[in-house]
Design a protein around this ligand. Sequence first.
Ligand SMILES: Cc1cc2nc3c(=O)[nH]c(=O)nc-3n(C[C@H](O)[C@H](O)[C@H](O)COP(=O)(O)OP(=O)(O)OC[C@H]3O[C@@H](n4cnc5c(N)ncnc54)[C@H](O)[C@@H]3O)c2cc1C
Length: 702
Amino acid sequence: MNKILWITFVTIYISYVQSAIIGKDEFVTVEDNPYQNVNDIANPDVGSARNERILWPYVAESTTKSENEENETDENVNKDVKPREKRFLHWSYPQSPIVDMMMQTMSVNYSPNVAGDPFDFLRDSYQLPEGKLLEEYDYIIVGAGTSGSVLAARLTEGKPKATVLLLEAGKPEMLLSDIPALAPYIKLTHYVWPYTMEHQPGVCLGSEEQRCYSPQGKAVGGSSVVNDMIYSRGRPQDWDRIAADGNYGWSYDEILPYYKKSERCELRKYKNATYSGRDGELTVENVPFRTGLVEAFLAAGRLHGNPTIDYNAPDQLGFGYVQTTQNRGHRLSAAKAFLHPHKRRKNLHILTDAKVTKVVIEPQTKRAYAVEYLKNHIKHTARCRREIILAAGAVGSPQLLMLSGIGPKEKLEVLGIPVISDLRVGKSLYDHIAFPGIVFKLNSNNASLQELKVATLPNLMQWLQFGDGLMTTPGLVEAVGYIKTSHSDGKVPDVELLNLGGSIVSDNGGAFRKSLKISDKTYVTAFSGLHGCDTWSAIPILLHPKSKGCLELRDNDPFSHPKLYGNYFTDPQDMETMKEAIKYVIKLGESEPFKKYGAQLYLPSYPNCQSHGPGSDSYWDCAIRTMVVSLHHHVGTCKMGPPNDPEAIVDPELRVYGVDGLRVVDLSVLPHTISGHMTAPALMIGEKAADMIKKIWSNVVV
Ligand SMILES: Cc1cc2nc3c(=O)[nH]c(=O)nc-3n(C[C@H](O)[C@H](O)[C@H](O)COP(=O)(O)OP(=O)(O)OC[C@H]3O[C@@H](n4cnc5c(N)ncnc54)[C@H](O)[C@@H]3O)c2cc1C
């Protein structure tokens, strides 16, 4: 009853606000005008009637300002730096009240178990089809994340019907996590495991407690619920290299069908490309709103020899508009794509808020046959006939293996964990690291995205009604570029550039930098002088860091976070590559296409870098050590490899060495990073694993 009343109330309220704000104009649809460069100074006429009205203040205007105007802006900027005030979720900088209001429904303190909670209806729900669990399942999947969701969907389709229990420690997502522009905020909620790397001297000096932050998704849908939705597949050579190391079945030609299987390509220009999928559940589309800055970035790229292309095309290298896992402007998580449509399947049981603490393995036969999990503080055991599949992510899966007795013997014995299989679990940990500290100050107004102007009620209403507008920008990202520095192996790009329609200051020190855990002191000293200004930034990412980290259990408590060692920049070549990438971005920002915005490189004065001449080599060294961040793309902790690889944990069919009935199906199996982001590979791994598992069990009739 409560639910019905709320839905009625909200529907009436939304209709009322829409009619009040949007009026009765004839609006163009997304199809009529998909790419609205409303503030593209080169094309001042492209804005539609709706754009002028709803997307205000993103209207075309001159970028040139008088000296007086410029000075006035600077004064205002200084006035903006106010003493810290306590706000909801303890944000220290002013932000849109709309965002405040929305965040109240998913704050860290929010609990759906609170009786009479008014926002519970916004959350998705997964009911057990017949209200109870089975005594035994064919498969148990641990983790309803990116790989786990697609795997569960595939294992429960077709005939004969296999039964699957999917256990997820996190909660189902909600309407607000669908709003792409809220991506930085979602990372501050209980939808993440807030992992912090172990302290490493000389790295992440500007982060809180000088420790790098690397959260992972904790939700039905896993990291695909909290990520920035960028869809990229890596280069064919990445996969051919993995196959050449003895991993049969993983060459590009062999994995391409699995990429295509998931994908429903909605990229207008590349829809019919032979390498794109058309019939999958996961829509991949461009972002319906773009600033003019993205055109400048792409034009600058072309000037420096980088064609504007589909960056997922296997045979081309260059820059391209960002492709996202969105469906008509809404985030499309793995759960939305693969679990929602099938949640009434009788053979798929999804348990949320269920944290698996151990895989139970028969010590004599070494066969995995059950898992222990905690739900509502009560310990349960679920039994399995065929296979237990860990899809708990690159941190969760190795942790569970070790808690269950699979890991380095000497370490497990110290923690009092009986050893089942002595394997080098967690021995390698690779990640993509990035530098968000290159900022250009623009002398324009409203050319870049700024939160106080984006997060408005009209924009929210536009997103609700049309699924477009400024709310669709995924964490500011508008384009992606791949380059090879002088340190690359010549085969694959070693740097990615993430082009933003703004910069780290776009929300005046709010969720963007908070989600990276850049400290108050660093941020205020370095960037508060830019508050309220138009800015542009491109973030260089090291695609193939040579430095290798590792993961260890902290203790034998399943609720303790494992120890994550990034070991960033321990190989000096990584620092050199990053510096070269920074110079490249500066070259782009200083080139002709950005001149019309009056782009000027801003050299932040970091608290710990003040003895270095701004812009000098040692300045950049210090700046990188201060502002380096993880992109949370961990791989390698349950490395896949042939039997003769001493560090391999799983074989090329993802079966754990030395144990029967146990696989790992997530990004932890990748031996090293690939030249792209990780959602697409995680889905592909889920697809491929489903086929391998079905093939093995195809003769068994249930
Ligand atoms: C903040 C952020 C931004 C990102 N941005 C992008 C991006 O824009 N584009 C991109 O391609 N990639 C991005 N990534 C990376 C990408 O989303 C992830 O690498 C990928 O989704 C991981 O997939 P997975 O299946 O390996 O693990 P996950 O999707 O993380 O799934 C693991 C699941 O297992 C659950 N789990 C863990 N332990 C247990 C347990 N003991 N019991 C029960 N359940 C458990 C977790 O709660 C989680 O739901 C981002 C990642 C993060 C964290």
